[in-house]
Design a protein around this ligand. Sequence first.
Ligand code: HEC
Ligand SMILES: [Cu+2]
Length: 480
Amino acid sequence: MKTKTPSALPRVVFCLLLLFLAGCGPVEKGEENEPVGGYHEAILTHAPEVPPPTGYTTTQKVIVRMEVVEKVMRLADGVDYTFWTFGGKVPGQFVRVREGDMVEFYLDNHPDNKLPHNIDLHAVTGPGGGAEASMTAPGHTTQFTFKALNPGLYVYHCATAPVGMHIANGMYGLILVEPREGLPEVDKEFYIMQSEFYTKEDFGTPGVTSFDMQKALDENPDYVVFNGSVGANMGDQAMQVNVGETVRLYVGNIGPSLVSSFHVIGEIFDKVYVEGGTLVNENVQSTAIPAGGSAIIEFKCEVPGTLTVVDHSVFRAFNKGAIAQIHVNGEENVAVFTGKQKDAVYLPEGSAVQSITPAAEDKPVPERSFNERMELGKILYEGNCAACHQKNGQGLPGAFPPVAGSDYLMARTDKGAGIILFGLSGEIHVNGVAYDGIMPRMMLSDDEIANVLTYVRNTWGNQGDLVSAAEVAAVRAKGE
Ligand code: HEC
Ligand SMILES: [Cu+2]
């Protein structure tokens, strides 16, 4: 150990000076007068698409132009809503820039609109996130510029009073500020935004509906959805990936009230950029996304199948619409997942078979018209059956038999009531194809079963007749 010499103090001062100078280097966040290396117009995309990585390494001036449009669109099948939008769809377009970029933002308010609007981007360092600077009357356009100082995934939304109402009507989206070094490369990227709708009529009521202030104040939404409507990314609109690919989800939750317990059924998040920031958590099942917050999620798809994206506050998923699908296409990988390998009857000694089927209703249910049963049946089908038999009734090869054009269903003397009341298992043949799966019994009332069967037996080319609640009750009374 050396002894202390009188020259130690000046050396320490010199080192501190060096540290201070390094701290003011050109790549430090907060640098205001960075040279701009070029300018271009941002590529904007509608959900679930994401613009490609920025790919540049110098600071750019990026022009972003967004148009506010008020218009009636689909909220659910048979349900329309007067949305207020950024870019004509809900959620608004995805914006992608790089840390340090100067963003020149233009907001156009279409002349046919009734109201002034503005934008608060959480990526902005400045008053109101740009809200005051972008307040725009119908038929006007405004412009302001901000520097994207902090990397991360940020929500944007309209902040015109009453703010809650502008948000609840659809005015929100995401802006990604890539870190200077970019994000690691992945195979597929998607944009998912969760939001709530508070409507005058209850969930699924056909017609054009509109905003209900009391339900909003009670934080009791009728709809909780991904990407602006019920089923926006289900079935044919599902996100498509391949086995072996790494997927990155940019997920935002605008609320306006609820915190999302974001989860993907059948996957584990290899990485979560917590709250859309820089901190990465690993091996996560569900991640909390606050109202006005986000998360970046990555996972590798090792096996084929359908991944179901949900808010794990699960009534929101299966009863209010917070559900989407990712189809993973490719070869089975039994080293990771085998599928069902065995299914035998289990009868413990001395046990009676338990049933939780509700008892037959005591009082007869009033019968309904054919059209009424068709309408109600469609909603029941989509909520209870479509997950397996698919929205178009085609089923899934090798797993769920088709109910569209099913000779098996149409030949049954109970019109199918027994299948729904008691479930179905063992080998069956539908249009000459063998299926050997298990359909669970469904906890539906006689009236509801009559509705869903009337719908199934008279849709997709099926030629059936009305199924009455009395017919279902008779099957229930006879037992399995
Ligand atoms: C969890 C998945 C699942 C759900 C939900 C489900 N089913 Fe099924 N369903 C099946 C499977 C699997 C079979 C085949 C059972 C077998 O192989 O014995 C089947 C068979 C059937 C059949 C007979 C075969 C055919 O294709 O005609 C009908 C009819 C049917 N389901 C109707 C419905 C209706 C209506 C609902 C909603 C009320 C429903 N299912 C909900 C999985 C499901
Ligand atoms: Cu607005």
